[in-house]
Design a binder for this molecule. Structure first.
Ligand SMILES: *[C@@H]1O[C@H](CO)[C@@H](O)[C@H](O)[C@H]1NC(C)=O
Length: 406
């Protein structure tokens, strides 16, 4: 009896911890709640260790991720898997054993707020393995350096160095990759790096091989407006809460974390910031760039006066290599055809949708793949035990797009 009572109490405590009111329409809410509870307990444990002075919270998180998630490079019947380097950057390579002599190639950047994750994690390993097999393509998954040790532009430079090496004739020949059929891709912060690299390399006339496509999965593309309709609508939707994204940005840009409330107030993009021109503002003016269906009833939050010193302190907020949405139309127009995946229940939805619109305006062929029941991270958590139907669907459609367009 006492045991049963204790069990009931524990169970309700667990349910209370896990339970989170979610917007109706999100795919399989209980799975998302479980995923969120898992993330929250990791975050809380690492926050506790951080405040006790045991170690930096990001280190602990990465430690846990390594123990639980990082797996050896293991080949399987269909795919040869090895750990190598690309332009000096650690990279896991997935090569199909059979199939065509000359293969398509995809360079992939994992997500994790420029601070977490690895291409050697189970989830990314599986994704790339599946891509290699389904597409009969060589997939290279890059382990760029992470914050807080490395800050912008380190991650970007690693991504660029890996990309240049990937497109070199030595690497293409060595792995039997067709130079006319190569793509750059990534999710979340990795989508940010993929977009930034695609812009930079499109402008480089010395390159003989260029990316044929860019595939961006719920990418992060700007840090000037934390009140886009999707930031407003999804601020409390797991797993990427609005303050967490602001924290990731500050960490990536090497700025002080005490600036978080300022960013969350849009004080850094107030009208009294001389560093932000009208033309820069127009590049993320969602009142013009988003369709009414996504703007809904939300209103812009633009401060007349804010914290003008911040742009001097963190000029990287305006750096197009960190925030690819700030690119000029002429630059966007030279980038390869694009696939952009966005999820309704994601603070980053409008970063992606604005980029879709700006690429289209620049004359780039874009496939905008939007998931009405999707949430941030759903494609990568498309494996057991968190396998959600939207995760499966989005992964299949992403791979299908690559198959048709690469
Ligand atoms: C935002 O700017 C206003 C006006 O300068 C200031 O009063 C307020 O304290 C700032 N908020 C934050 C969170 O820094």
């Amino acid at each position: 009896m006492r045991l049963r009572l204790a069990g009931a109490v524990l169970l309700s405590a667990a349910a209370y911890y896990v339970y989170l009111p979610l917007p109706s329409g999100v795919s399989e809410p209980w799975k998302l709640m479980l995923l969120d509870a898992l993330f929250r307990s990791f975050l809380q444990a690492s926050d506790a260790a951080h405040s006790l002075g045991v170690c930096h919270r990001v280190h602990l998180l990465n430690q846990v991720v390594s123990w639980v998630e990082v797996i050896e490079a293991r080949s399987c019947a269909a795919v040869h898997v090895t750990d190598s380097t690309l332009g000096g950057v650690p990279t896991r390579v997935f090569q199909p054993k059979e199939g065509k002599q000359l293969k398509r190639g995809v360079l992939y950047f994992h997500g994790g707020g420029w601070a977490l994750g690895s291409g050697r994690m189970r989830s990314y390993d599986r994704l790339c393995r599946k891509m290699a097999e389904d597409l009969d393509a060589v997939i290279m998954s890059v382990d760029y350096r992470l914050a807080p040790e490395a800050v912008f532009p380190d991650q970007y430079h690693d991504a660029l160095a890996a990309s240049r090496a990937f497109l070199s004739s030595q690497v293409l020949e060595r792995y039997g990759i067709d130079p006319h059929r190569v793509c750059v891709s990534g999710d979340s912060a990795g989508g940010n790096l993929a977009a930034a690299v695609a812009q930079e390399l499109s402008l480089d006339d010395t390159l003989t091989v260029k990316f044929k496509a860019q595939a961006l999965i719920y990418p992060v593309l700007q840090a000037l407006d934390f009140y886009t309709p999707s930031y407003q609508q999804n601020q409390a939707v797991p797993i990427l809460y609005r303050p967490i994204m602001a924290r990731f940005w500050l960490q990536y840009l090497g700025a002080d974390s005490s600036l978080e409330p300022l960013l969350l107030a849009n004080n850094h993009s107030s009208l009294d910031q001389p560093a932000i021109s009208a033309s820069a503002r127009s590049k993320l003016d969602w009142t013009a760039l988003l369709p009414p269906k996504r703007r809904k009833h939300f209103r812009p939050v633009v401060k007349e006066t804010g914290s003008p010193g911040v742009m001097g302190e963190v000029p990287e907020l305006m750096d197009v290599r960190a925030a690819p949405l700030l690119a000029e139309q002429g630059v966007l127009g030279r980038t390869p055809k694009a696939y952009v995946m966005t999820c309704e229940f994601d603070v980053l939805r409008d970063d992606g949708l604005m980029y879709v619109r700006r690429l289209q305006d620049a004359g780039v062929a874009v496939t905008s793949d939007h998931y009405e029941d999707g949430f941030h991270g759903c494609m990568v958590f498309a494996f057991l035990p968190m396998m959600s139907s939207v995760g499966q669907r989005s992964m299949n459609n992403y791979i299908h797009w690559l198959d048709q367009n690469l």
